[in-house]
Design a protein around this ligand. Sequence first.
Ligand code: P6P
Length: 316
Amino acid sequence: MTVQQHILQQQEDLFPEARGRFSSLLSGITLATKMIQAKIRRAGLADIIGSVGATNVQGETQQKLDVYANQALLDCLGTRESVAMLVSEENAEAVVIDRSGEGKYIIVFDPLDGSSNIDVNVSVGTIFSILRRPDGAQGDAAVLQPGWKQVAAGYVVYGSSSIFVYTAGQGVFGFTLEPEIGAYVLSYPNMRMPDQGTYYSVNEANADSFPESYQRYLGELRRRRYSSRYIGSLVADFHRTLLKGGVFLYPPTATNPSGKLRLLYEANPLAFLAEQAGGLATNGRGRILDVAPASIHQRTSLVLGSRSEVELLASM
Ligand code: P6P
């Protein structure tokens, strides 16, 4: 079964009123990710590695692939008639697609997360989140919705294979790109995060500036003989946690006292997936999906993973 067939089946069950709009959105996303992965597979061969010398709204040096990935998503989604707005990590402002109010959906995305790893051939990813545009809402107000209102969310991890993982609120499904036919084929029919794992995933270099409770928590995991796995590419670290269980953390640090990761297009989509797979996702104080966003590029601390490890942190 291809992802298109799966989405059509989900649409029948979930969005009978969607009249193909929903599947058209997801096919726009899958098309863009196929274009992105084709470039990543040739990185270094096509003078695509390295930066364009510009910096994005985050002040990060834009890698050429960042720019390409962002444009691919803007082009593939901007032409879908159900899209009202597009929000990207690479764009300071939301991109409004004028549909004279006809657009029903807002797509929020990180076009190429972990792009600093491209030059060293480490897995990177695309993360997306789909929201309904509230009737009559305009501009950022339409985007600033808590994560529990997401219609769908997912990512593609560009690793040894390219795997598309998504949820529309009825479970988590994974599809592996079959290069021979250029289609994502169902490879994980019902993804469940183990209730407990053996890994924790955190940048230990920041440990001295974590709040004291996090330091005690990590000490407890080490006492319980957990192994440390940190790739420094969020989608890759999340994908491993989804499959193997354990916990991923980006706590508050001296450099990023509110956490480094972005709420709307990193934490919320991954939190939706984690919960749909039986895991949990918090900001250290409360459920990520309950946070009311104040701005589209807002940062958050993030703890997500298996129920056992996330509840242990809450108890400490
Ligand atoms: P640090 C990559 O730049 C990224 O946005 C995520 O993909 C990753 O999880 C995180 O930053 C790594 O941050 O501070 O550990 O290098």
